[in-house]
Design a binder for this molecule. Structure first.
Ligand code: ZN
Length: 379
């Protein structure tokens, strides 16, 4: 991918930056880096990159973290557009750093809202379905919220309310091609059950959080399916094909094997620009790299429990450097290890032992290698 033009120079982590990329067909694409700061963060993910496609129709992909409406408006101005120019807004997934500001922007823009069909269930409330939800009072996307309560009650409640009443104009069906269009959708669940990648002119892939440079997005858990299956549209509630690391790996495989590879440009939702430089990706190579990263993580977990059963806490401490384990870092790290244990348990490589089934034990097999490896090898 060629280095995009910089229209507005932002901070060293990209925040406040505006970039421009022109496709071979001549479609203008702008990237707007919306601040992504929240009070409980112990590390800097960097801004959320939202993208404006100025084709026959004006399309906005994602609307950034809550509380940044004015910033968004001023960055948009530098592209020569205003909110009322936008015809449609596509949301890559139902996380607050991607569809924050959506209710405000959509009311000003009067644009259509496009999202995967599961998005409706993610933004709606389902208080009567509990099924082990730790927060049945929160919308579908947050029924298992693992953040401190003070965080979501301060920040998220007004956002959830406004979001829940939005009307979805176009509910995207899995891998969908627009009949008249230059946009294709790739359904890539795993990080979030409603995650989409968007392909423009068979040349640019907008990956949301599914594929990021330098970092790997945290996978959901297969367990989340048990809690949420009754809130899902019927065709997704029967068998888990949308939650957990294995489904995330299947989604990465889809990207690695795209028929139109190699795509010229990959535009992710975070880290496009970081530490003063661009991180330009080959989507296919990066997808394979991330699959291998997860294989290596499984291998290390097995090494840690080899010979002596260990609890999740022990595994986390032995696997991650201490710098990753302060504050919410520890919650995320535990979640990450759980996602890997789920795969290895399903493959028969580990089992649970101890008085309260709280310890992980090796069974001796390494089936995960064949099962995950099958995805990465055959591409
Ligand atoms: Zn994100």
């Amino acid at each position: 991918m060629e280095t995009p033009d910089v229209i507005v120079k932002g901070k060293d982590n990209g925040e406040g930056m505006v970039i421009h990329y022109k496709t071979t067909k001549g479609t203008d694409v702008f990237g707007l880096a919306i601040p992504n700061i929240y009070t409980h963060a112990d590390w800097d993910l960097g801004p959320t990159w939202c993208y404006l496609i100025a084709g026959q129709k004006i399309t906005l992909i994602d609307t950034g973290r809550i509380g940044n409406f004015e910033v968004f408006e001023s960055l948009l101005k530098s592209t020569g557009k205003v909110f009322s120019d936008i015809d449609r807004i596509i949301i890559t997934h139902s996380h607050e750093d991607h569809d924050g500001n959506l209710a405000e922007i959509i009311s000003v823009a009067q644009a259509e809202l496009w999202a995967h069909k599961i998005y409706r269930q993610m933004i709606s409330y389902h208080p009567n379905i509990r099924d082990g939800a730790t927060h049945p009072e929160l919308p579908g996307s947050c029924r298992l919220c693992r953040m401190p309560e003070s965080f979501y009650y301060e920040n998220c409640v007004p956002y959830h309310r406004a979001r829940s009443s939005l009307k979805i104009d176009v509910a995207i069906e899995d891998d969908q091609k627009l009949p008249d269009g230059d946009l294709n959708f790739l359904f890539t669940p795993g990080h979030s059950p409603d995650a989409l990648c968007i392909i423009l002119d068979e040349e640019v892939i907008f990956t949301g959080d599914t594929l990021l440079p330098g970092i790997t997005s945290h996978p959901s858990l297969a367990y989340d399916f048990k809690v949420n299956h009754l809130i899902l549209p019927e065709e997704y509630g029967q068998k888990n094909e949308i939650y957990g690391l294995m489904n995330y790996i299947k989604s990465l495989t889809k990207i690695a094997r795209l028929a139109s590879q190699p795509l010229k440009a990959t535009l992710p939702a975070h880290r496009l620009f970081y530490n003063g430089r661009f991180n330009l990706l080959d989507s296919s190579e990066r997808a394979k790299e991330v699959i291998h990263f997860h294989i290596d993580r499984c291998r290390d977990v097995l090494r840690i429990v080899d010979g002596k059963p260990a609890g999740i806490e022990d595994i986390v401490v032995q696997h991650f450097p201490p710098s990753r384990l302060s504050g919410t870092g520890k919650t995320l790290a535990k979640n990450e290890i759980r996602a890997h244990l789920e795969i290895m348990e399903a493959c028969g490589d580990i089992c649970w032992t101890g008085e309260n089934q709280e310890l992980v034990q090796r069974t001796g097999s390494e089936n995960y290698l064949d099962i995950i490896g099958a995805y990465s090898r055959s591409s």
